[in-house]
Structure formats: structure tokens, C-alpha cells
Design a binder for this molecule. Sequence first.
Ligand code: AMP
Length: 280
Amino acid sequence: MRIIQTIPEMLQQVKAWRHEGLRVGLVPTMGYLHRGHASLMKAARAENDVVVVSIFVNPTQFGPGEDFDRYPRDMDADIRKAEAVDVDVIFSPSAEEMYPEGFLTYVDPAELSTRLCGASRPGHFRGVCTVVLKLLNLVQPENAYFGQKDAQQFLVLSRMVQDFNLPVQMHRLPIVREQDGLALSSRNVYLSEEERAQAVLLHQALTIAEQLYADGERSVEVVHAAIQAELRKILLGTVEYVEIVDPVYLLPVERLKPQTLIALAVRFGATRLIDNTILE
Ligand code: AMP
């Protein structure tokens, strides 16, 4: 496995691959890899000749006062985990490499960036789109892999790919969870033991919603109330939002139907957890 830290080196490697006609898969991450990331890397491995995992804690997607400085990092462990699933290249540029002095141009995902997570994280999706567009340009993958864990991120990025006619196939992989249901996240390490115990309620609330839907319930109000009732048991956290929306524009739906997205965010102190489900 090669570790590439500069843009010229990455471009040179990509040029060589293209010359050989190899199919490239990209998995963009912020590192501190876990089994969620591993599922994306494995999917990429299965469907491509070469696999690039980018590890870049992207400063432009963090707002002032967010956890950019304390975001967990462990490059040695990440290298081992990427090697274990046969990744070809880790691309981990510095912030200066990605945003040199004079950097000016950003991708603005408009209204999509103001809903759900965007409401409390202004500028977040602008940063996400900008960095992912740069990564797509640098790595030029046929396939790019993302987790449903960040459902809004996938929608916003898919919109960008469509709107800008980017020649990449977007793949969305299911949420990987702990045994008790908590969605894996690099941020879970921030949780105290008590918070960790209560964090399972995010998934439990979504499971209740799924069950109501499976039993034939179609009322948004009823399902919303049931989720809120479960989340009220989270005494150490505050609910930021519970949204029941369509899967394209993220606007509230009138009735539940297949593909409706139920997404929620809960804050435990400075730690923000998200989870979601897409109704079948
Ligand atoms: P991150 O490093 O948190 O920015 O995540 C990088 C990619 O991994 C994103 O596409 C995430 O949606 C995905 N990911 C993170 N956690 C999970 C999970 N528990 N299951 C599946 N994918 C995940």
C-alpha cells in the first residue's frame, strides 16, 4: 500500500492508472477508520482494479466552535485497517495542500444545505461539496463510496455529481452498527459511559418508527410523536431535530411512503450524533 500526501504525486499515480486502463474506486473519509469505513473499502475493493481511501479532516466543513481541533486522528491504526482490506493508496494531503493561500472557489449546494444538519451547521455542506469535488478531480474515480449514515451528505453530493455532470458512479452503503444498534462513528469515542448507554435510543427510536410503518401506520404526526417519546428518555442529551422528509429535496412529506427518509440528530454536550432510516 502506498501513502500519498501531495497532489502532484496523486495526479501522477492517477495518470499511470488511466494509461493502463484501470478502474479506480474512491472512499473519502476523515480517518479514525472503523467497520463502517471498512464496509465501504471492501465494496470498493470488490468492484475496482485500484482502491484509494482519502483521509483528510477537512477544515472547511467544520464551523467555528465545532470539533475540528479535537477530531480523533490515528494514522498508524488507519494504515493497518486500510492494509487489512487491501487498499492500494491512502491519500492524505495536508490542509495547506488542499487549500493553499488564495483558495477562493466553493461549491454551494443551495437550499439542500440549509435543511436537517445544515440548519445547525451553516457552511458544512459547502465545505463537504468543495472537498469532495476536489477529491473527485484529483483521483478521477469511476466509482465513489459513501455511507447511508450521512444520508444528507450522500444526497447533496449526488445532486452535485448530477448538476455538474461529473463522470463518477455514486454508491451508498448501509449503516454499520454496534451490536446494540448504535451507528458506528468516529465521534462515539467522545461519549462518556452514561452517554454511550443512552445513545442506543437513537436507533431504538428509528426502529419503533420502522415497526409502526411495517404495521401500516402512514401518519407523519403519529410516527414523529412516537420517535420523540422514545428520544425523551435521553436525559443526558438534547434532540436537535427529527425530520421525516422526501429523499431528494429533503422536504417534509405528508404521508409516509417507500423511500421516505427519517433522520435525527441528538447532542450529548459538544458531541453530535446522527442516525437515520429509509423506509422500504
Ligand atoms: P467520515 O470519516 O465520518 O467522514 O465518514 C466517511 C464515510 O464513511 C462517509 O461516507 C460516511 O457516511 C461513512 N460512514 C461513517 N460511519 C458509517 C457507518 N456506521 N456505516 C456506514 N458508513 C459509515
